[in-house]
Ligand binder design. Structure first.
Ligand code: NAG
Ligand code: NAG
Ligand code: NAG
Length: 377
């Protein structure tokens, strides 16, 4: 490497010095990404290690999590890459976006990942699993980042704002407000206090306020990820005693849960339209993972999946009652499973969802545009 750049230096002189200086600054990211930075807010679907050093059951920094990941058990709740890892690659980032909890200041210019397993829109969501960073705290972390970044732009907030406005923001919250709140009546009272419709409205009101804060801090290109079909995940199938039949999803999903989530998702689309109409320069996009996961389940075989109703790793009915335990042996054919554990998709499923978000031309999957177009917008 060193002698190579020395030889090139002889030939290209200043140009190479410039390139070397640039790669020093950008920490050797090799290709220019389509947007200068990528910030991630979310839950365990996209957490990449923020929960590793806190007291919580929502943690995945042990084997076999990460069994197919070059960096090993990083804290990602799957066997390999998450959806945002793949999106970072599709957006042309030469590497993954670092976890806020471990990132050094120099790393923040390319974006940070604030996602935390068990997190929801509501503060109390996920408390049954222990400590975590709810959306409110993730937004606080982002506020700190914006302050530090403004200092890096010599205190010029106009320049910092211009920079932040070109970046993409991934917002993936809401699943736990159903899983680890509304549909967990033994721990939470929300289902006794609110109808599914009122609860969805309440979540949307909270979410809208927090998204407006992220906008005010400088975000303009925001991808809002809908909640998936939680009524069909192995955990819910197991809870409602719908046993795996091996192939297909003939045992049926829990449609009560799916209906409640559809109300929330419908509200997200309205919110995206409202933001785009009302907030100057706002480019909000709705990524319909509910629709995408329906498509994947309905056409499982053509996507290469043999098993879509049980986890590749886990305990109990459908491998869906407890998540994958330390040192447990996962299934061998991980590319033929839709779910890695009771809650989380496998890497191959994450790749499908990321590609749809980035490149789908169907408005039922990405509205009003996909992330490739959002990057250019
Ligand atoms: C901040 O940056 C903008 C754009 O580069 C520039 O026009 C402006 O003069 C700067 N403001 C200060 C106070 O330096
Ligand atoms: C995106 O879609 C276009 C055509 O629809 C295709 O040519 C291209 O390869 C796709 N890109 C990715 C990264 O999937
Ligand atoms: C809760 C739930 O959705 N249970 C379903 C389990 O599967 C049967 C059919 O086998 C459905 O009738 C139930 O609705």
């Amino acid at each position: 490497m060193a002698s190579c750049s020395w030889i090139m230096g002889v030939y290209f002189g200043k140009l190479v010095l410039l390139v070397l200086a640039f790669s020093e600054v950008t920490r050797a990211w090799s290709v220019a990404p389509q947007v200068p930075c990528f910030f991630i807010f979310g839950d365990s679907l996209v957490d990449n290690g923020n929960n590793n050093n806190i007291l919580t059951l929502a943690r995945a920094n042990y084997r076999p999590y990460g069994v197919d990941f070059a960096e090993g058990s990083s804290g990602r709740f799957t066997n390999g890459r998450t959806m945002v890892d793949v999106l970072a690659q599709l957006l042309g980032f030469g590497g993954f976006i670092p976890a806020h909890a471990v990132a050094e200041r120099a790393g923040m210019l390319r974006g940070l990942n604030y996602a935390s397993g068990a997190a929801g829109i509501r503060d109390e969501t996920g408390n049954n699993l222990g400590d975590h960073y709810p959306l409110g705290q993730q937004v606080n972390h982002f506020r700190d980042t914006v302050r530090a970044m403004t200092r890096m732009f010599r205190g010029n907030s106009t320049r910092a704002g211009d920079y932040l406005g070109q970046c993409i923001y991934y917002m993936g919250l809401g699943s736990n407000d159903y899983l680890n709140n509304y549909f967990m009546p033994t721990m939470y009272s929300t289902s006794r206090e609110y109808s599914p419709r009122t609860y969805a409205a309440l979540l949307l009101q909270d979410y809208s306020r927090q998204l407006t804060e992220v906008y005010e801090l400088g975000a303009r290109k925001v991808a809002i990820i809908g909640v998936g079909q939680i009524g069909c995940i192995p955990y819910e199938l197991a809870r409602y005693r719908n046993r795996s039949t091996g192939r297909g999803r003939s045992s049926g999903c829990n449609e009560d849960i799916n209906k409640a989530i559809s109300m929330f998702n419908t509200g997200l689309v309205r919110m995206v339209k409202r933001f785009n109409a009302q907030l100057p320069d706002a480019k909000f996009v709705y990524v319909n993972t509910f629709e995408s996961s329906k498509d994947v389940a309905a056409n499982a075989a053509s996507y290469g999946f043999d098993v879509i109703d049980r986890g590749c790793c886990g305990v109990g009915r459908n491998n869906g009652q407890i998540t994958c335990l330390p040192l447990q042996t996962p299934c061998a054919d991980r590319t033929s499973y839709l779910f890695w554990d009771a809650f989380h998709p496998t890497e191959v499923a994450n790749v499908i969802y990321a590609k749809k978000a980035y490149n789908s031309s169907s408005p039922s999957e990405v509205y009003p545009m996909n992330l490739r177009q959002l990057a250019m917008a």
